[in-house]
Design a protein. Structure first.
Length: 299
């Protein structure tokens, strides 16, 4: 694969990650049921890809089990945000995760650089711009809060996966995390089965597209593109996920973002781009946040 083809594949994979948010509106199921279907299908898809490449998936352990539970919470809060508010609010709330990476990693407390503080200020300013009113009765505020929960849980998952990715393949980590996420959600969905609408053939088809195309295939495509595209460049492209998702929602769902959403979105995307450059200063190089399996398990 040439670098140009790899860059195109990278953009396609990121667009598919953003496209996944629309299924929160299309699938008439609770967020827990959507994520159960997605993780189960994604795990199966990743297992098929691993077998096709003759890649060993290894054994699961307690660390991957905990990561699977975090992944389940991350995705459930994300799809709940989309359902309560809009695709834009869910995506932009989630996109604030770089500032939570800095907070959970303790870098802001230990003495952050100017760029790291800039990332935090831009993210917080973007979230404030997105908040129409500080009232829990407002659905946009509820959706944004759930989006922030998805950002915090993904930041936590990213930091946990940073150590794992040094000794295990991202595909292997993603596969087992999807398996454990599905295992965590299965009893919850089963207990709530009486109040959940019966899935139709269209629902199963949508879940298949979400699990295969927007998760398994997008993850594989992203990892393949990383062989020719640097991690910092991939991080910048990954920051465009909300842009792709919001554009697709405007086209396919007629969810046209308002001025507050556009302003908040620009600030949060700018923070994500800045965060991708933070560790290039002074000759340091960190693995791309998007290359961590946590996110590629999601969109």
């Amino acid at each position: 694969m040439s670098r140009r083809a790899a860059l195109a594949a990278l953009h396609v994979s990121v667009a598919l990650f953003g496209f996944a948010a629309l299924f929160g509106k299309w699938i008439a199921l609770p967020a827990t049921s959507i994520v159960l279907g997605r993780t189960a299908i994604a795990a199966l898809t990743l297992a098929v890809f691993a077998l096709a490449r003759r890649e060993r998936i290894g054994r699961a352990d307690a660390t991957l089990a905990v990561n699977g539970a975090i992944l389940a919470l991350h995705w459930v809060s994300f799809f709940a945000a989309v359902q309560v508010a809009s695709v834009a609010v869910g995506l932009l709330g989630y996109a604030s995760f770089p500032v939570f990476v800095l907070l959970l990693d303790g870098r802001l407390r230990r003495g952050a650089t100017f760029r790291e503080w800039g990332t935090a200020v831009l993210s917080v300013s973007g979230l404030l711009a997105l908040t129409p009113e500080f009232s829990w009765s407002d659905r946009a505020t509820q959706g944004l809060a759930l989006g922030v929960v998805s950002a915090i849980t993904f930041a936590w998952l990213t930091l946990r996966n940073r150590e794992l990715v040094a000794e295990r393949s991202p595909a292997r980590i993603a596969l087992w995390q999807n398996v454990f996420a599905a295992a965590c959600l299965l009893p919850i969905v089963a207990a709530d089965g009486g109040s959940t609408p019966r899935p139709t053939a269209g629902t199963f088809a949508a879940l298949a597209v979400l699990g295969v195309a927007c998760t398994g295939f997008a993850h594989t495509l992203f990892i393949a593109s990383m062989r020719r595209v640097s991690a910092p460049s991939a991080s910048v492209v990954a920051a465009l996920e909300p842009v792709y998702g919001i554009a697709l929602a405007a086209w396919l769902l007629r969810e046209i973002p308002g001025s507050r959403t556009l302003v908040g979105g620009m600030l949060i995307v700018a923070a994500a781009v800045l965060a991708s450059r933070v560790d290039d200063i002074g000759g340091r190089r960190r693995v791309s946040v998007r290359s961590m399996p946590g996110k590629t398990d999601r969109p």
